[in-house]
Design a protein around this ligand. Structure first.
Ligand code: PLP
Length: 363
């Protein structure tokens, strides 16, 4: 196997799920496993977690199809925007459609009628994200329309927070109020309310009023708290990114390291080469900022990060070819990488490319 790999701690993933479940009970939990399970590798994550969940969430219909191809049988909600021409795929693969507009809902109803089946749907209300969904101020007509669609099963209704990380929750409270107002539609007509859901990780952690019937944890399912949000649930990261030293040598002063000659030492120093680069998602813009751990010590990355390799200055230490290198985990967090990359913890994890093998630890 490649000496650069991701180690995924599956038992910790389950602990995170159980901790979330205990925190939100009696609400159900739908882990979001879109974007290759936030980079953790959906092929390992989905079959492992399936027995413990009621349903799973993805963003794209293609991701839903991939889960079915993996043998996943539990309900799968496709949360992203879908095109009308993709509706037959929802029928074929038994995926739950997010009906985000009157047009999509009509197309879904018509497609289900011609296929002579019922298509399960969750209605999407836009309460302040301005991404997809029927606007809350026009939702009544949308919900009226949904009652007339006889070939779809309106199983759920949901919305998505734009700003639940803000500790003041000002915008989040406004979104909750708007959503509650939309939901009064069912009360007023004495109709059963479909499954209501809105909470992402930050809302799960700091906005219990929003838990409703189901929650949709993404980043916290993988053990990472959204930045600045209170740690009200006991979770831990499941990911470690590891490699091994591929080359070790002394570099002399006046001999700059890597493309662009951006860094050089003033004294003879040991420079080791790690077989991982921006082609793996170890971003080039971390050049001369990142750190790694080798034999328990932190060392600086030096010289331009290349596509497939980068260099580390270990000074006078006796680091050898084959020594383990930790790029993420055991003292280097997703927030550290996010800071060095100039992004957030989500992008760090989802950017680790398919070229990096995922190794699943199950004990
Ligand atoms: C519709 C939807 N629900 C839930 C989530 C999970 O969000 P988080 O990772 O912040 O928990 C996402 C992710 O962006 C999403 O798009």
């Amino acid at each position: 196997m490649r000496p650069t790999y991701l180690e995924v701690n599956l038992p910790q993933l389950r602990k995170n799920l159980e901790a979330i479940r205990a925190h939100v009970a009696p609400a159900k939990v739908m882990p979001m496993i879109k974007a290759n399970a936030y980079g953790h590798g959906v092929d390992g994550v989905a079959p492992f977690i399936e027995p413990y969940v009621d349903c799973l969430g993805v963003a794209l219909v293609e991701e839903g199809i991939h889960l079915r191809d993996l043998g996943i049988r539990k309900p799968i909600l496709v949360a992203g925007g879908a095109l009308p021409e993709q509706i037959p795929l929802f029928l074929e693969y038994d995926l739950i459609l997010t009906a985000s507009s009157a047009e999509l809902l009509s197309a879904a109803d018509a497609a289900a009628q011609s296929a002579n089946v019922k298509l399960t749907v969750h209605l999407k209300i836009d309460t302040g994200m301005e991404r997809v969904g029927a606007h809350y101020y026009e939702a009544e007509a949308f919900l009226e329309q949904s009652l007339k669609c006889k070939h779809v099963l309106i199983e759920g209704i949901y919305t998505h927070f734009a700003n639940s990380e803000d500790p003041r929750l000002t915008h989040a409270r406004q979104q909750l109020e708007r959503f509650q107002e939309v939901l009064r539609f069912y009360e007023k007509r004495s109709l059963p309310t479909p499954i209501r859901h809105m909470a992402n990780s930050a809302a799960i952690l700091q906005f219990p009023e929003s838990h409703m019937d189901m929650v949709r944890p993404g980043v916290m399912f993988y053990g990472v708290y959204p930045v600045d949000v209170e740690h009200s649930v006991d979770i831990a990261p499941v990911l470690a990114w590891k490699s091994h030293v591929a080359f070790s040598k002394i570099t002399l002063p006046g001999h700059p390291v890597s493309y662009g000659s951006l860094w050089q030492s003033e004294v003879p120093t040991r420079i080791v080469t790690i077989p991982c680069g921006y082609g793996d998602g170890y971003f080039r813009r971390m050049t001369n900022k990142a750190q790694v751990i080798i034999n328990g010590n932190k060392y600086p990355q030096v010289g331009r990060i290349c596509m497939d390799q980068f260099m580390v200055n270990v000074g006078d230490d006796e680091v050898q070819v084959g020594d383990e290198v930790i790029l993420l985990g055991n003292g280097i967090t997703a927030y550290d990488l996010a800071e060095w990359m100039g992004t957030n913890e989500y992008e760090v994890m989802t950017s680790i490319s398919a070229r990096v093998p995922r190794v699943y630890r199950n004990e």
